[in-house]
Ligand binder design. Structure first.
Ligand code: FE2
Length: 469
């Protein structure tokens, strides 16, 4: 009963927020002043980065979706002394592993650092909506985990995503991660800038990737994290002889890009429950005729809102942000893709990069050209809502300065650490919350009920009502 009451309150709050958006009343800049914790990385020997016991024990265990439709996972882990066991044992009963799958092992060097043995294993042919147990490693140092597969692709499948960005490995990052774990989120949509290992030099870069892998394991070994890359993954460091972009990221984090006909692990798409999720790369070529542009054009054609009503795009650099930090860095990608996003009626575009939280109204700027003079975004019911969730808590601290006055397109903004959750209920409704890390507590601050951009139109709603009557 209490839960129902809470949902009603959230729904009413959301309707108020939505109605403000329609009537053109200006957005809100939160006056909250957070309790200052230093933005310092947790020391390497801290328990948060504990190395599992046992010789050659698997560590840095994480999973991601392994196919287009959610019937596969890629399980990744690292061993330090030898490659050891390269297979995953798995099954639907605890301690009983009826199946096994063989993976691949890779290593890389970065300056004088040599990585451990990085394992990636595709486990496919899974049943939907099922709990699987899995075991990796050998003998006394073997480790066991579990995950749930999503419901089958269905327009009314309910599912909860978490959105985390710019996480890093500070005490604030730990607070974000622990709050997220208790949020009920079933899959993380990660909007880039993972470890901030590139803030270090020489061998410490690799060492901080390893500590970050152990740091996220508490969540990422048990549910998929859908990866997108940020600027901190580029690691172009010619002073150390390292000039191959995304080297650490690409070795450590697999993505199912081939399943969506992508030619690069940096941009791809997956479908999960009732959502179609498109991952873009802010730091790869994206203008007309580039591989990413061609792929996105095709992928948007493949979207079927009758099967997956919720269309979500992840990228690192926000296309709309009123924060002074990184202001208008997304303008070139906006100029190339915004028209497609509006005509495809994208529901949400989640980004990071700016270390604060912001939500936009549905606005677009697609009529602008050099002679039209229409240079300001205008309300547009077909446009996505843009969310910046770059507030995971990394060592660079918060981006606390916003443009003043708050632009008309900005609905809510606050410079605090936190994460978001998107609770998709059915084909028409989703509950969204941005959750602030408030002095050790998780507090839902920005709560909105969203109507689906495809099914919420009057025509689609009438058809649905007629079918169900
Ligand atoms: Fe960034």
């Amino acid at each position: 009963m209490a839960e129902l009451w809470c949902e009603m309150v959230v729904a009413i709050m959301g309707m108020i927020v939505l109605s403000f958006g329609r009537s053109g009343i200006a957005g809100k800049t939160s006056t909250f002043v957070r309790s200052e914790w230093p933005s310092l990385d947790i020391p390497p020997d801290n328990q948060a980065f504990a190395i599992p016991k046992g010789r050659n024990a698997p560590q840095q265990v994480h999973i991601t979706q392994g196919d287009y439709d959610g019937k596969a996972v890629i399980i990744s882990w690292v061993t330090t002394e030898e490659a050891g066991q390269i297979e995953v044992k798995y099954g639907t009963l605890e301690n009983q592993y009826a199946f096994s799958a063989k993976g691949v092992v890779t290593t890389y060097t970065f300056y004088n650092y040599t990585s451990g043995y990085i394992h990636h294993c595709l486990v496919d042919g899974l049943e939907y909506d099922t709990k699987y147990y899995y075991k990796i490693g050998m003998d006394g140092s073997a480790r066991e985990f579990w995950f749930h597969t999503p419901p089958k692709i269905d327009p009314d499948a309910s599912y909860t995503f978490g959105i985390i960005g710019d996480l890093g490995q500070t005490y604030n990052s730990l607070s974000t991660l622990e709050h997220y774990i208790h949020s009920g989120g079933q899959t993380v949509l990660f909007v880039g800038d993972l470890s901030y290992a590139d803030r270090y030099e020489y061998d410490d870069v690799g060492i901080r990737w390893d500590s970050w892998g152990r740091f996220i394991e508490r969540s990422a070994a048990y549910q998929p994290w859908i990866w997108s890359a940020g600027n901190h993954e580029i690691e172009y460091m010619p002073n150390m002889g390292e000039v191959s972009p995304f080297k650490s990221y690409l070795h450590r984090f697999a993505t199912p890009h081939v399943a969506s006909n992508s030619t690069s692990p940096l941009w791809y798409a997956v479908r999960r429950a009732s959502a179609h999720i498109i991952v873009l790369s802010s730091y790869s070529p994206f203008v007309k005729y580039t591989p990413q542009w061609r792929w996105l054009q095709e992928e948007l054609r493949r979207v079927n809102r009758k099967k997956t009503p919720w269309l979500i795009i992840l990228m690192h650099v926000p296309l709309y942000s009123s924060n002074l930090a990184h202001y208008m860095e997304g303008e070139s990608m906006r100029a190339v893709y915004e028209d497609w996003f509006v005509h495809s009626k994208v529901d949400f575009i989640f980004a990071g990069h700016v270390h604060a939280y912001e939500r936009s109204y549905r606005i677009s700027n697609i009529y602008y050209n050099v002679s039209s003079g229409d240079c300001c975004p205008v309300p547009d019911t077909s446009a996505p809502v843009y969310m910046t969730v770059g507030d995971g808590g990394n060592q660079e601290g918060l981006a606390g300065r916003f443009w003043d006055p708050q632009p008309d397109y900005s609905a809510f903004r606050e410079a605090s650490y936190g994460h978001s959750t998107l609770e998709i209920r059915n084909r028409t409704h989703a509950f969204y919350h941005w959750n602030r890390n408030d002095n050790g507590k998780k507090v839902a601050i920005d709560s909105v009920v969203f109507h689906n951009q495809y099914w919420a139109s009057n025509l689609q709603r009438r058809r649905l009502k007629k079918r169900n009557s």
